[in-house]
Design a protein around this ligand. Structure first.
Ligand code: HEM
Length: 485
């Protein structure tokens, strides 16, 4: 009755709930994509639900993506939502613990290090990390076996990314203590910490201890690298940050470099590790695709399969399509939130989102909408290749789109696309090209060594774990591997 009586006609429709603070928290948390789909069918593209006491307005579809992700600084704010979770994990003065203009400068520093020249040097590093992992890990001994794949992909992701992006000194420290500390830091990202981030609970104490210890590891590494001087030949992000200077002339302080490195480690690794696990599970679901990928390499690169190089990936369209298609259905970031700073009329509707609300974008909804993707629930990498009956019904080349510079580099202005696994606007991902390169190298090396299939020979797939900020496959998620002759 209260929900009906006190409704302002310009408020978006409210998802029905029984209990005031809890609202729809539990049902949303169990399966966010299903929650969005069900309520979109009932209420349309714009609706509000109560998430832990906060009125949260969802706007889906390309127009909703654009409305939220391209929101102006005066209208929407990310740091007021995320900093309670991220500042204890990353540390002070970076990302969401500073004004947005400073974040844009920090993103620019990090992005400039992600050049084609650097990428060319990363491919052999990533290839080496993947192949030597498969050689030394006991789970891959012998001719065939069964493996719980997310754990292995988490390790491969951390070894490949830490070596390529953060340099060999940091990579060597991952063999020692960093991996355990990373797990403790990760505990800070459980959704419950949106409410309990401050509480002196055991996992928060571990998180704080890990943050201090990891930051010190980075700061010590910075000193070691400075001492190397000209002998430091690596082209990684750490090196670039050590040379970066803010517009006001201040060099980036060591503690900020350390905290940005933690942010990169957490932001990148989570998404890439979840995606690489989904990729392996999808390949096990469809063993024929593994064969097609192998043949693609034989045809494009030669039967002796020479060491992979950066330029090779342009010749491997199916390899690329695997990443695209997996991110369409299993994007690790299902909800992107912003605090509303002043009433925001939703274009093309009668609704105005009040300033007390939080906005939530869910690009995954349009990514699995039959309007844009025929047979949307089918994982079909071939849909991204020419001539497929399931080809996406959207423009795939955005060269003509209007561009904008938010301060971290030039990006497409419009966010009105149905396919946005890397977000859009001022908070758009800077790691997209690196993640693509890393994932494509992992796929290419894996299919060179193994055939994959489901343990029971079926083409089933496990469910999704939504307990943390980043979604991932529910564990255990076992697959069968067989070594190629
Ligand atoms: C932002 C996805 C890998 C660094 C984002 C956002 C998304 C995303 C959706 C926008 C978040 C928002 O608007 O609130 C992904 C996916 C990845 C991936 C799907 C892999 C498959 C990486 C990697 C790095 C990285 C490898 C680092 C090298 C960042 C950073 C931001 C970001 C720094 C900016 C946050 C902001 O400006 O608020 N990513 N990401 N990501 N990502 Fe990624």
């Amino acid at each position: 009755v209260q929900q009906l009586l006190f409704k302002n006609p310009s408020d978006p429709p409210m998802v029905f709930h029984w209990f005031p603070f809890i609202g729809s928290t539990v049902i949303y948390g169990m399966d966010p994509p299903k929650f969005f789909k069900d309520n979109r069918a009932k209420y349309g593209d714009v609706f509000t639900f109560v998430l832990l006491g906060k009125k949260t307005t969802v706007a889906v579809g390309p127009a909703g993506n654009d409305f939220i992700l391209n929101g102006k600084l005066k209208d929407v704010n990310a740091e007021e939502i995320y900093s309670v979770l991220t500042t204890p994990v990353f540390g002070r003065d970076v990302v969401y613990d500073c004004p947005n203009a400073k974040l844009m400068e920090q993103k620019k520093f990090m992005k400039i290090a992600l050049t084609t020249e650097a990428f060319k040097s990363y491919v052999p590093i990533i290839s080496h990390e993947v192949t030597s992992y498969f050689k030394r890990d006991p789970a891959f001994k012998g001719k065939s076996g069964i493996v719980d794949i997310p754990k292995k992909m988490a390790e491969i992701t951390i070894f490949t990314a830490s070596h390529a992006l953060q340099g060999s000194l940091i990579r060597s420290k991952f063999d020692e203590s960093l991996a355990d500390l990373y797990h403790d830091l990760d505990m800070g990202f459980t959704s419950i910490n949106f409410v309990l981030h401050w509480a002196p609970l055991p996992w928060n104490r571990k998180r704080d201890h890990a943050q201090r210890t990891v930051a010190k590891i980075y700061m010590d590494t910075i000193k070691e690298r400075r001492a190397l001087g000209e002998d430091d030949k690596e082209l990684d992000i750490l090196k670039h940050l050590m040379k970066s200077v803010y517009k006001n002339g201040t060099p980036v302080p060591d503690h900020e470099i350390a905290h940005m490195m933690i942010a990169l480690l957490m932001a990148g690794q989570h998404s890439s590790s979840s995606t690489s696990s989904w990729i392996m599970l999808r390949l096990a679901q469809y063993p024929q695709v593994v064969e097609d990928l192998y043949q693609e390499q034989v045809k494009a690169l030669g039967a002796d399969l020479p060491p992979l190089q950066y330029e090779d990936f342009a010749k491997l369209p199916l390899n690329q399509a695997i990443v695209k298609e997996t991110l369409r259905l299993n994007a690790p970031i299902h909800s992107i939130m912003r605090k509303v700073k002043q009433p925001m009329p939703v274009p093309g509707t009668k609704y105005v989102v009040p300033s007390s609300h939080v906005l939530l974008a869910a690009p995954g909804v349009s990514g699995s909408d039959p309007t844009y993707f025929p047979n949307p629930d089918k994982w079909d990498p071939y849909r991204w290749l020419p001539g497929s009956p399931n080809a996406p019904l959207m423009a795939q080349n955005n060269d003509e789109e209007e561009k904008i510079d938010y301060g971290y580099g030039i990006v497409s202005k419009g966010a009105a696309s149905p396919y946005l696994p890397f977000g859009a606007g001022r908070h758009r991902c800077i790691g997209e090209h690196f993640a693509n390169l890393q994932l494509q190298t992992i796929i290419a090396e894996t299919v060179r060594m193994f055939k994959l299939s489901n343990v029971d020979g079926s083409n089933n797939i496990v469910g999704t774990d939504y307990a943390s900020l980043f979604s991932r496959p529910l564990e255990p998620a076992k697959i069968r591997w067989e070594r190629r002759d």
